[in-house]
Write a protein that binds this ligand. Sequence first.
Ligand SMILES: [Cu+2]
Length: 539
Amino acid sequence: MSAEGTRPSRFPARNARWAHNHRVSWPADVAASEDMVVSRQGPTVPPPPSANGNGNGHPRKLNLTLSGEEREHLKAEVVYWGLQQSQQGRVLSEEQLQAEYDRRLNGVEHMLGDLESDVQQEYDRVRAADQLLRDREERQQRARVAQPEPRPTFEARPLLQPEPPSEPGRWTPKPVVTRRNALKLIGLFGLQGAAAVAAVKVTDQRTSDAVAAATNAGVPPAAAAFGASTPMDVTSDLDLTKTNQPFLAANFNKGSSLFATFPGSLTNPNPANLAMLHPPPALLAKPGRVREFTLTVEEKVIDLAKGIKWAGWMYNGTIPGPVIRVTQGDTVHVTLDNSAGKHPHSVHFHSIHPGNQDGVFQIIQAGGKATYTFTAKPFGVFPYHCHIAPFDQHVARGLYGTLIIDPPTPRPPANEMVMLINGYDLTFAGNNDIYSVNGMPGYYQDHPIPLKIGQLNRVYVVNMTEHDELNSFHLHGNMYNYIPMGTSLKPSIITDTVHMGIADRGIAEFVYEYPGQYLFHAHQTELSMKGWSGIFNVT
Ligand SMILES: [Cu+2]
């Protein structure tokens, strides 16, 4: 209520009769501000009852008072009240009416003043809260611009490794309330900030993570769920009585668990298999030279690994068959002796030759024997295999081998090796269960191949892994020159990993610079874990 209002000298001369006959005239100058009614009483408007407007002593920005219309209504009530008094025989003077009006106005404005105070306080609170939110948003916005949200990065550190919470520059799980924000809250709320800090500790997810990490440092969560408590061992510390093995197996390799221990390589494999590693020497081309070979079919049970016997079909008693090495231009006779076989078989060579020598339509019946003849070309490395349907039996059972056709002038001298990589479908279910180099799963892992520093090594790699679409040859601690198919004298790539489809092959040449033990294996984890892995021991 405005203190500058002036109290009119007197209530306009009226009485009950006058009120009946006249409209009460009241100053209409009651302007309103944007959001509150502001009293701008004219000279005839009764002044506020006290200097501070409503007498309650609260300073305020709001000035609530009766509007002109409300004052007119109040005035009418007083006039009506005077009329009632006169009807009861008590005629009131103008001064008495004025006093009654003042009394009522004073009471109403006191009430309004209290309401105004309440509204003002609420208004102030809302404004303060609004400002608080705006300030916080502004600070957060500035903080985001100054320091972009860090992204998780791949670091060479163990999973779940606890880290110092204050270490700068490293990604940490974002707490619900950041410490930085907590400091803001302390500044904004003063003592209430202490409570905010307590809340930060409770809501900081890292706290519980750190506790778990300190307890189970480095243990994969899945392993920890089964009771493992050391970083590297997910089996020895498991309580097997509580381990759901089918669950574990089902979650690895579609039910065939890689945790199943590989039974181990043969201690004394077939010497013919061992002999395959180092092929016979290359021969300089000689016009008119004839080479003769005999492949004898055997269908028999053989040992593949410790405790694993398998009914295979093979050339010359081994899977794979013998390495056939000729020189480009040689006339080659290969006799297939199927006299002991129970099924028809054939030999189909990759390379260039007439269709009537291709081994597809030239079937040697069980008990039969015949000879295929061709001129060896081009130089390269090739597979040979039986080509009788059903192929998943005649090929996957083991009737395959390596054919090397040397260039007319042999490649430079080297420590030459042949590695035919294959798989064995032990249950004849259409997928391989173990894998090998030269037919001996895991053998060269247990019996490393000796190599010499500075020595040129040349590996003829042939992939005859049925069922698996892809195999690979990965060499550790080195790179090799690779000649796809061996059909060139120059390598086409320097690599450490070549992926090979079925019947793919090539020549890998490399020299070791440092002594040590180096793995060579399929980079398909399952294949390497199930036998296709070996070691070069370089001295
Ligand atoms: Cu066959």
